[in-house]
Design a protein around this ligand. Sequence first.
Ligand code: UD1
Length: 407
Amino acid sequence: MKRIVVSGGAPLNGDIAVSGSKNAALPIIFSCILINGISEIDNLPDIGDTRVALDLLRSFGAVIERRGSITLIDTRRLSYVKPDENLVEKIRASTYLIGSCLSRFGACHLMPFGGCNFSLRPIDMHLSACRSLGASVNDNIILCHSLRGADINFDKPSVGATVNAILLSATATGRTVIRGCAIEPHIDALIDFLNSAGASIMRNGREVEIFGRELHGGKIKVIGDMIESGSYLALGIMTGGKIRTHNSPISDMTSVIDALRELGADVVCENDSISACLNSGNHLRLTATPYPGFPTDLQPIFAPLMAANMGGEICDTVWESRFGYLNVLSSFGVRSSVLGNRATIYKSNLHTASAVCPDLRGGMACLMCALSVEGKSEIYSAETILRGYEDLENKLSAVGAEIKIDN
Ligand code: UD1
């Protein structure tokens, strides 16, 4: 179990280069299973989640090589084996095995898929997309002889189900139309990658039209991670400093930039860089909704900001009980109350603490508290944070943090 030891209190100032987006990288990695060829992925983040995803691909026979910033994924000689449950339970993106394995092998075992445990995370929409294309879903395995294009109608936007529907139909026979899709930037990144590999996929608003094709090796540069960028901007403000994040996908971050400004921050955007520092803190009301709304992944990051300033309110319409992390933040002095999918965060006096990382983003929220108060704090189970933040110790040390990660 990894532990982060922090000696907090110093304002963090300086520049951080944001890595490739976790939520774009993961569907792209799993989509390589559909491909009979060698794909080139630039800017793949080296984080816990992508390591597990690459290990799952290796278990089917993929050969993976890093050359500088490029990762080469050779998926020419794959064969199906039941995925290793120890890997599957570590990451939520293992649900993408459903679409990719059915497309390539005609089979995929069902098992407890992992990821942050902040809510019930159903897969009924994923399974109904499988059935629409002709697969039969049994208790612990999904099977199909050949997938056939179909109409799929989702009644709410799900990133995971949209990814799986695209994976199922990219090489299926005929035309598929998916309505009610999620439109997060990582959906477009997946579409761009598959199209570079010979797919025929067009998105128009929440509708995606796909003509099944045979795929060859694809090529893409993974977009910058807006959640990482938003996390470091918030961290700079939290410590009374000013962090500038480079490689930020600014046009995808309108809702985040608006929220920082509503909090009272001066936000300056230039090319792909964003900097933020606080003028005068305001009470902040946030509602997390599917893209283009404020991302659910950043609501835990804004909670400590609210506590350290004038308090605020969070409503999460994506995951109605994504507030378990607030119990852990209370050990740093964050005061809050939760009713249904709404949390009220009160202006609080924060202090040092020892805490166990509750989930990926909640863990980053703990780290923000720890770095903002004078004295030593410890965060256990830190590998949960490292699932989503590349090179955390070096990036934070470079902006003035006293931080050490040990085993
Ligand atoms: C969601 C976020 C994503 C974020 C991730 C982790 C959205 C639209 N998606 O992705 O940006 O990175 O959480 O925080 O903001 N649902 C069902 N049945 C299903 C699948 C989903 O009812 O089969 C529901 C979920 O319970 C949830 C909503 O749909 O309320 C969104 O889920 P989904 O987008 O699938 O979640 P993730 O892909 O995990």
